[in-house]
Design a protein around this ligand. Structure first.
Ligand code: ZN
Length: 562
C-alpha cells in the first residue's frame, strides 16, 4: 500500500448504524454456517468495519490532541465516547459466536488460540447491561484529561500549561524549582475537590460494572480487561514485595548520593527531579531539531536508510514539540486502516524529551513490524506490558547514540536515565498497589484514600520530604497520575516491562547484535502469544522470578556505582 500523507487524511465519522448492520450480518453468518471459508470471509468483512471505526477514532483523538480548542474534533470525540460501548458490545456479540460454534475446534486450529481468548474476554467484560456505565466511565476519564489539558499554572507572572512547566520543575536554581513545584501544587490543590469527585465517581461506576458482570469487585474485572491470561494479582503482589526488598534500598542510596552531589543535606520533594548540581544534562540541540538526531540514530540502529522514523516524519505522522493548545503527554497511536503509527509528544527542552521520543518510536517500530502478523486486528499487538517492552527496551538500545542528543554529556545522560528507571519501578508499584486497595475496598472515604497513599509513600519512597506542603502531605499526590483515572491497572505494566527491558540492556552491553535480535523478534511476534510465552520464545526471563529482579537491580547498581 502506498504511504498516505497524514495531513491529507480525510476524517469521516463512521456510521454506527452501518457498523451494527454489519455486526448483525456477521453474527448471523457465524451462527448458521459450518463452512470455514464462509466464516473467514464473514469475519474479514467485520474486521474491515472494526478497523474503520478504530482508525477514525484514533485520527479524531490525535487531531483533537493537536489542538484541544478545535470544537469539531471535541464534538466528534463525544460521539466516540457515546458509541464505543455499543461497538464493544456488538463485537462481543460477534465473537461469542465463535465460542459457541459447532465447528469451534477447527476454527481454533485455523485462527489460533489467541482470538478465542479475546472472544472470551469480550464476553466476560462487556454486556448490554453495563453499556450505560461504560459510557459514563469513559466520559469521566475524558473529563479529567480535558481538565488537565486546559490547566493554567500561574508562575513568575506568566501562565503556563503543565507540559511547559517541566523545565522549571527541574531547574538547576533551587529556589526557582521550589517555586515551580509550589505553583503546580497550588493548581492541583485548587482543583482537589473536582479531581477527588471525578475519581470517586469512577470508583463507584467501575464497581457497579464489576458487580453487574458478577465479579466480586473491580480488581478481578480490571485484570480481565487488561487480558492478563497468565498472571494473577497474587503474582503481582509478590513482584511488588520483591521490588520493596531489592530495589527500594537502591533508591534510598540514589537519593543519598543525589543530596551529596547537590550539596544539600535536606533533600526536599522539589529536588527529586534534579540529579546533578549543574542541573540534569539538557539536549544540546533545539527541540525543533530532535527529529534530525533521531533520524541519524534510527538509521544506524536499524541499518536502513530511510528508517521507519524518517518515513513517519516525512509523511507527517509525528507531532513532537509542545505548544499552547496541545494536549499534554506523549503516546503512539496506530491508524489501523493504513497500518501506520502516529507519534505524539510535547518536547519542552528537557532530557526527558529524548527518552519520550525514543520510547514512542519503539512503540511505532513494533506497530510497523507486526502489521502483518495476524489477519485479526485484535491480535496485532500483544498485551500492554509487552508493548511497554517494545518502547522501554528501545530506550536502552539507543544508549550508544546519545552523543547525538547530549554531546559530551551523553554518559551523564545514560546514568540519569538508568537512575530514573530504578526510581520509577517502586513508584509504579505504589500506583498499582493504591489501585488494588481502592478497588478492593470501594467504600473507602476520600480521606481514607489519601491516607492509603500516604502509607504507600512511606513504603515505596521512604526518602520523601514534602517540606510542609499541605497538598502533598495530605496524601493527595496520586491525583496527578492520569493512569489512575483513565487506565485502571495499566501502571504495573511499565514496571514489569522495565525489569525485562533491563535484561535487554544488560545483554546489549556485551552483545549488542544479540540484544537487537531479541528485540526485533519480540516486535515481530506481535500479539500472537501471551506475555510469558513471548518472553520464553525470545529467551528472556519472567519478571515474576525473583532472580530477574535481583539481577537487574544488581547490574544497574554496578553500572551506577551505587
Ligand atoms: Zn509506552
Amino acid at each position: 500500500m502506498e504511504m498516505p500523507n497524514y495531513r491529507k487524511l480525510a476524517y469521516e465519522r463512521p456510521s454506527i448504524d452501518a457498523f451494527r448492520e454489519c455486526a448483525m450480518k456477521t453474527r448471523l453468518r457465524l451462527m448458521t454456517s459450518k463452512d470455514i471459508e464462509i466464516i473467514e470471509s464473514a469475519l474479514a468483512d467485520f474486521q474491515k468495519q472494526l478497523s474503520r471505526f478504530y482508525t477514525a477514532e484514533a485520527l479524531c483523538r490525535i487531531r483533537h490532541d493537536q489542538n484541544t480548542a478545535n470544537p469539531f474534533y471535541l464534538n466528534e470525540l463525544s460521539y466516540f465516547e457515546e458509541s464505543e460501548p455499543a461497538v464493544s458490545e456488538l463485537s462481543a456479540a460477534v465473537y461469542s459466536m465463535l465460542l459457541s460454534s459447532e465447528i469451534n475446534e477447527s476454527l481454533r486450529e485455523k485462527f489460533g488460540e489467541m482470538l478465542f481468548r479475546k472472544a472470551l474476554t469480550r464476553k466476560e467484560t462487556v454486556s448490554g447491561e453495563v453499556i450505560e456505565y461504560l459510557t459514563q466511565e469513559s466520559e469521566l476519564g475524558n473529563k479529567y484529561s480535558q481538565e488537565l489539558s486546559e490547566a493554567s499554572i500561574h508562575f513568575d507572572g506568566k501562565k503556563y500549561n503543565l507540559s511547559m512547566m517541566e523545565p522549571f520543575l527541574e531547574s538547576s536554581d533551587r529556589e526557582e524549582r521550589r517555586l515551580a513545584h509550589e505553583a503546580v501544587s497550588i493548581y492541583y490543590s485548587q482543583n482537589l475537590e473536582l479531581f477527588n469527585g471525578i475519581f470517586d465517581d469512577l470508583v463507584k461506576t467501575r464497581t457497579s460494572i464489576a458487580q453487574k458482570l458478577n465479579y466480586p469487585n473491580f480488581v478481578s474485572l480490571g485484570y480481565k480487561r487488561m487480558e492478563r491470561y497468565d498472571y494473577t494479582p497474587e503474582m503481582v503482589a509478590e513482584f511488588r514485595d520483591n521490588v520493596v526488598r531489592y530495589i527500594v534500598p537502591l533508591t534510598v542510596e540514589i537519593r543519598r548520593l543525589q543530596s551529596e552531589r547537590l550539596g544539600v543535606n535536606d533533600l526536599k520533594y522539589y529536588d527529586m527531579p534534579v540529579m546533578f548540581s549543574g542541573g540534569n544534562p539538557k539536549p544540546i540541540i533545539e527541540k525543533t531539531a530532535y527529529h534530525l538526531s533521531a533520524s541519524k540514530m534510527f538509521k544506524s540502529i536499524f541499518e536502513k536508510d530511510p528508517s521507519f522514523f524518517d518515513v513517519l516524519q516525512t509523511y507527517g505522522f509525528t507531532d513532537l514539540v509542545s505548544r499552547k493548545g496541545k494536549s499534554t503527554g506523549g503516546y503512539c497511536s496506530t491508524l489501523l486502516d493504513y497500518g501506520v503509527p502516529f507519534i505524539f509528544m510535547n518536547a519542552s527542552g528537557t532530557s526527558d524529551d529524548v527518552a519520550t521520543l525514543i520510547h514512542e518510536s519503539g512503540h511505532a517500530y513494533a506497530a510497523i513490524r507486526s502489521a502483518d502478523c495476524s489477519p485479526f486486528i485484535e491480535c496485532l499487538s500483544p498485551t500492554l506490558e509487552t508493548c511497554e517492552i517494545h518502547s522501554t527496551a528501545m530506550e536502552y538500545l539507543s544508549y550508544p547514540y546519545m552523543e547525538l542528543f547530549f554531546g559530551d554529556k551523553a554518559s551523564v545522560y545514560r546514568d540519569l536515565h538508568l537512575t530514573m528507571a530504578l526510581l520509577f519501578i517502586p513508584y509504579g508499584c505504589m500506583v498499582d498497589e493504591f489501585q488494588h486497595i481502592v478497588y478492593g475496598n470501594p467504600s473507602l472515604s476520600l480521606n481514607d484514600r489519601h491516607n492509603v497513599w500516604k502509607d504507600l509513600e512511606k513504603k515505596y519512597q521512604p526518602y520523601l520530604d514534602y517540606d510542609g506542603n499541605v497538598f502533598y502531605e495530605s496524601g493527595a499526590a496520586w491525583i496527578k497520575k492520569g493512569h489512575i483515572f483513565t487506565d485502571p491497572f495499566y501502571y504495573i505494566d511499565y514496571c514489569l516491562a522495565q525489569v525485562v527491558a533491563l535484561q535487554i540492556w544488560d545483554i546489549s552491553r556485551s552483545q549488542p547484535q544479540k540484544a537487537f535480535t531479541i528485540y526485533d523478534q519480540l516486535c515481530l511476534e506481535g500479539g500472537n502469544k501471551m506475555f510469558l510465552e513471548l518472553l520464553e520464545k525470545v529467551g528472556l526471563e519472567s519478571p515474576f522470578s525473583v532472580g530477574a529482579i535481583k539481577r537487574s537491580a544488581y547490574r544497574a547498581a554496578e553500572f551506577l556505582a551505587l
